[in-house]
Ligand binder design. Structure first.
Ligand SMILES: Nc1ncnc2c1ncn2[C@@H]1O[C@H](COP(=O)(O)OP(=O)(O)O)[C@@H](O)[C@H]1O
Ligand SMILES: [Mg+2]
Length: 288
């Protein structure tokens, strides 16, 4: 997964990495950033379904609409079954639940799990939404897991009122799914935290790395993107000052990274996202 503040280069790094992985095995590139730009980069609509964008490389943008449509298809009936077994509700309850905070985040991870378990892909490259949203997404898993544990107890107590279905079986199933998602994140996922050599991106990168570690997700290291080369900067005081400021934030990151890998990528010129640009980035990144 690629995380970090908005605009630091997550998508660029994710695309370059995915193209690199596609050279050695079937790869899926997933964006969960609502403002993701995969469709623009590959010049085709990727917000409807998984689509082949290059040899050995599939891509999809999980927009809110796509996520909720898939969620409804997969869980709508189950939710209605459970709730209608003890509440006088109609199917509109599904619309109501759909609007609940966290449902979309929850399902994005379920979608990732499905793809990971499909065994179609050797690697999944996950281009995440900026920091806060992604962290919510992770913590909501634990919240959901805890809630389901409590729900089991409550539902057991009122078991007598269920006449048609056994909601406990469904709750158990949901809880197992959540446990699998947490396991996928903790044992099969590694994170690159992307930053630019500026205050906010660096501070956010350090925070997110600490949160990921606390959650149990392995951090590969940091990518310090858009470093200005000295030879370009010593020609003008403005660029000289900018260079020096970048070096200070680079130092801050290196120190706080405390031995964790920091890969530096220069600010590159050239046609934005042109193939040569991405090949250059993937060379610089090496095989993660
Ligand atoms: N090393 C780089 N040199 C020059 N431009 C870059 C570099 N990395 C990213 N960009 C450009 O910066 C912008 C933001 O990058 P993007 O990958 O979309 O960031 P994010 O996904 O984190 O929001 C894009 O226009 C991208 O082409
Ligand atoms: Mg992006």
């Amino acid at each position: 997964m690629f995380t970090g503040k908005g605009g630091v280069g997550k998508t660029t790094m994710a695309v370059a990495t995915a193209l690199k992985y596609a050279q050695s095995g079937k790869t899926l590139l997933i964006s969960t950033d609502p403002s993701g730009s995969l469709s623009e980069i590959f010049s085709q609509a990727l917000d409807q379904q998984v689509t082949e964008v290059a040899s050995n490389l599939d891509a999809v943008e999980l927009t809110r609409k796509l996520v909720l449509d898939l969620w409804r298809e997969k869980f709508g009936d189950e939710i209605y079954t459970v709730l209608s077994s003890f509440l006088p509700v109609g199917r509109e309850i599904i619309d109501y639940i759909e609007g609940a905070p966290g449902i979309e985040d929850e399902f994005m991870l379920d979608y990732l799990l499905t793809k990971a378990q499909s065994n179609i892909y050797q690697t999944i490259v996950w281009d995440t939404a900026p920091t806060v949203t992604t962290l919510n997404l992770l913590f909501i898993q634990q919240l959901f897991y805890t809630h389901l544990t409590q729900a089991q107890k409550v539902y057991l107590k009122v078991k007598g009122v269920f006449t048609h279905v056994d909601p406990l079986a469904l709750i158990n199933k949901w809880q197992q799914l959540t446990a699998q998602i947490i396991a996928m994140l903790q044992s099969e996922t590694t994170a690159w935290v992307v930053a630019n050599p500026e205050r906010l991106p660096v501070e956010q990168a350090l925070n997110i790395a600490a949160s990921l570690t606390a959650f149990g997700i392995k951090v590969n290291g940091f990518i310090l993107n858009k470093m200005l080369p000295l030879e370009l900067c010593n020609t003008h005081p403005f660029w000289q000052a900018k260079f020096e400021s970048q070096q200070r934030w680079r130092e801050r990151l290196l120190q706080a990274a405390d031995g964790q890998r920091v890969t530096e990528i220069p600010e590159l010129s050239g046609e934005k996202m042109a193939h040569g640009f991405l090949a250059e980035v993937s060379e610089l990144l090496g095989k993660p």
